[in-house]
Design a protein around this ligand. Structure first.
Ligand code: HGA
Length: 611
């Protein structure tokens, strides 16, 4: 979501800014712009609606030359995607600002600033920052000091980069809720919302922390923390290949992608959380208005994305009180569907090009849905282009055919949707949103703890290598997690695996259980735990070998034929995200033991663009 690049150097920086924007374009954008302090002493700007290529073409005809500049690719939250709303935004002719995020009190600030005589030329929330900063500069001429006092009045999320023609020796930046990284060069320094944008010019980075303000000059970097104290941030030397399209230290892309989950979940949350609530506008400018009317949700997806939708159904009904149906796209598209009034159509797809999901969306447009939302990992995809609202997951490029990080980021997106719908419709229980926002902030750390169980799970995988069938059990929102676990095992190890809600066991599948059929179970510590334990007894009584991923507080321990792997305790709502990790690792290690082609399993393809 939106990309920022900035540079202060002794050479012309326009090409560096442009290359940075291109590297950020994988996130999907709707306009782009650049402003530089030109060699004739003025700020000059070029903006274009559409992709970075449009901007590049414009710059070819109208070159900008300067040694200080900022650039931006936009994914609109406030104001339509068009050139007038593209960043950088100016106040007067001497101040330029680029912004990632959402300013929640922009309306009040806009009124205040209009009253003071400032004239607005865009519909964005960002423009209030430019004028407010200009206003502060009247009282406090130092750009950094004025920015410090400006951010005190902003509510919401921001990553900001600012330049001024009056103080052209520096680039100033502020971070709260949206990431920013400083790239350190020799006699030149850079700024970006993602270090990928700067890999062309440096391999040394300094990551800003929440509340930081930075003053970046050619030969120095000065940072103040949230309390206004001068701080040093660690310089990180980038290890080549760790994020590029190679496997780095990992044996397979799939393992690398499993281990990327804390980082990509973190990225998916960035810009989207306020202090104690979800920023609804993260779903697009018309989201709040549309969400207020939603009385039902219809989710449509395929494969792993369908399982994410199944988890969301539990969340939407239990937390937001909104009836939800979930269906696989290849069925939905060919069925005569009866649409309840005021139903939001939600499609989920990693690539956004999944043929069945896309066809289902196109059919849905004829069926009288209230509106459509795409949860997708590729911003320039057809699904995103054709939906009214979008939530981009920030999983980055997923190369392993068996989806891992796309799934967990989809779950995060769906939980944000649940909380947003509940917030707008006033159906969440008091305090629930604030508590879950807090839990979401802690989620990347918890996922890291689950990943630390890697070697334990590798050992358990030995139990499966010579088996032909496996059963996965879960109850409640863990049932779809069990389905996803079974799908992973099937996809990459070619072992037949089926998932059942644990309560269904005695209605049929128990007939299959013997000592050749291991049973994998996910058991968080919730109100269904005791019932689940009884189901496990039913398996043990038939000689079935059990592998149980259990909450450390569930008091379950190893016994004859029962292998218990303790999981860190987590809030029950977020448990499906955490419990996905050990199941991914399990199928990965089983596949490695079986010697299959983990990243490119037979008969499958990554982006299913055919029916
Ligand atoms: N609110 C700003 C920036 C949007 C953004 O960060 N999107 O990811 C705008 O609408 O221009």
């Amino acid at each position: 979501m939106c990309g920022i690049v900035g540079a202060v150097a002794e050479r012309n920086i326009t090409a560096i800014l442009l290359e940075g924007l291109k590297r950020l374009e994988y996130r999907g954008y709707d306009s782009a712009g650049v402003a530089v302090f030109s060699n004739n002493g003025t700020l000059e700007r070029v903006r274009r609606n559409g992709k970075v290529a449009e901007l590049e073409q414009a710059l070819a005809g109208e070159p900008l030359v300067g040694r200080l500049g900022i650039a931006h690719t936009r994914w609109a939250t406030h104001g339509a995607p068009c050139e007038r709303n593209a960043h950088p935004h100016f106040s007067g002719s001497d101040l330029a600002v680029v912004h990632n995020g959402i300013i929640e009190n922009h309306e009040a600030l806009r009124e205040q600033l209009k009253g003071l005589g400032y004239v607005f030329t865009s519909d964005t929330d960002t423009e209030v920052i430019a004028h407010l900063l200009q206003h502060k500069l009247k009282e406090q001429s130092d750009l950094t000091a004025a920015l410090k006092s400006t951010v005190k009045e902003l509510h919401g999320a921001y990553g900001l980069a600012v330049i001024s023609a009056k103080q052209p020796d520096r680039l100033v930046a502020a971070r709260s809720g949206s990431p920013l990284v400083i790239g350190l060069g020799l006699g030149e320094n850079f700024l970006a919302s993602d270090q990928l944008a700067l890999r062309q010019v440096t391999d040394r980075f300094m990551y800003l922390e929440e509340g930081d303000i930075a003053e970046i000059r050619r030969d120095s970097v000065h940072i103040w923390d949230v309390n206004g104290q001068t701080v040093e941030r660690e310089t990180v030397q980038y290890r080549d290949g760790a994020e590029a399209a190679d496997k780095g230290e990992y044996r397979h892309y799939m393992l690398k992608e499993i281990h990327e989950q804390p980082a990509v979940v973190q990225r998916t949350l960035e810009n989207r959380l306020g202090h104690d609530h979800v920023l609804v506008q993260a779903f697009g400018p018309q989201a709040a208005e549309l969400f207020a009317k939603v009385r039902n949700v219809q989710i449509v997806a395929c494969g792993t994305s369908y399982h994410a939708g199944m988890v969301a159904r539990y969340w939407l009904e239990s937390l937001a009180g909104i009836p939800c149906q979930v269906e696989v796209a290849s069925e939905f598209r060919y069925r005569k569907v009866v649409v309840q009034p005021d139903t939001l159509f939600v499609s989920i797809s990693q690539s956004g090009e999944t043929a069945d999901t896309l066809a289902a969306l196109r059919n849905a447009k004829e069926l009288g849905f209230l509106g459509s939302l795409a949860i997708c990992n590729v911003g320039i995809s057809s699904l995103v282009r054709e939906s009214d609202l979008t939530l981009l997951t920030q999983a980055g490029r997923e190369i392993g055919v068996a989806s891992t990080k796309a799934f967990t980021t989809q779950l995060v997106g769906l939980l944000l949707l649940t909380l947003s719908l509940g917030q707008v419709r006033g159906t969440l229980e008091a305090g629930v949103e604030a508590q879950l926002v807090e839990e979401l902030r802690r989620l990347p750390t918890r996922l890291g703890e689950a990943l630390a169980m890697d070697t334990t799970i590798e050992k358990v995988a030995e139990l499966f290598a010579d088996k032909h069938h496996t059963l996965f059990l879960g109850r409640g929102a863990q049932f779809p997690v069990a389905m996803e676990g079974a799908l992973k095992l099937k996809e990459i190890s070619y072992i037949h695996a089926e998932a059942y809600p644990a309560g269904e066991l005695k209605h049929g599948p128990l007939a299959l259980v013997d000592n050749d059929m291991p049973v994998v179970t996910v058991a968080p510590n919730n109100e269904l735990l005791e019932k689940l334990k009884s189901n496990l007894q039913e398996v043990r009584a038939r000689g079935g070998e059990l592998v149980v991923f259990a909450d450390e507080q569930a008091n379950m321990s190893d016994g004859e034929g029962t292998h218990v792997i303790n999981m860190p305790h987590i809030n029950d709502v977020l448990a499906p995200i955490l419990y996905t990790i050990p199941l991914q690792l399990l199928s990965y290690y089983v596949a490695v033991l079986k010697g299959t082609d983990v990243d490119q399993p037979r008969n499958l393809a990554k982006s299913v663009t055919v029916e």
